[in-house]
Design a protein. Structure first.
Length: 156
């Protein structure tokens, strides 16, 4: 039996959850009224942050290591961290580890991740929303008992 190419029915590709596009080291940020108003929900911000972390060589390696290669867990942890209603009791061990990295002023990874994340949030959110998020992160860091130094400053 010979198969003619024209007889093959194309199958629509099955895609996992949508992700933000990361191309050539650049991150495609949200556009439109939601981005302008700083009304990104924690799930959207977590997806964007996860994409940005995956695009960065060192951060990607560290997050892959601490999550055991489960990037869906990294995104879930970031969703918890970025939720303004979240407190210490809501954090998973992975989320606590990520909070420590996002708040660290010491160590190679902390010195890379903290400003990278602060810059990303400053690009995503208006200044007041980014400052509120940084304050929330500082509170989570104190609550989680981050071991790596002062946490009162977020980027800027």
């Amino acid at each position: 039996m010979t198969m003619v190419f024209a007889e093959i029915t194309p199958v629509a590709p099955v895609r996992p959850r949508t992700r933000q596009a990361v191309t050539e080291g650049g991150l495609a940020l949200p556009r439109g009224r939601a981005a302008d108003a700083g009304k990104l929900d924690p799930a959207s911000m977590a997806g964007i942050a996860t994409s940005a972390f995956r695009a960065h060589g060192h951060i990607c390696n560290v997050m892959t290591h601490i999550s055991g290669g489960h990037w869906d867990r990294v995104e879930d942890a970031l969703r918890l961290i970025l939720d303004p209603r979240a407190g210490r009791s809501d954090l998973t061990p992975l989320a606590e580890n990520i909070v420590e990295l996002l708040s660290a002023d010491a160590g190679v990874t902390g010195r890379i991740v903290k400003p990278y994340f602060a810059t990303l949030m400053a690009r995503l959110l208006p200044a007041d929303a980014a400052a509120t998020l940084c304050a929330h992160l500082a509170c989570l860091s104190v609550e989680a008992g981050a071991r790596t130094g002062p946490v009162g400053r977020c980027g800027r």
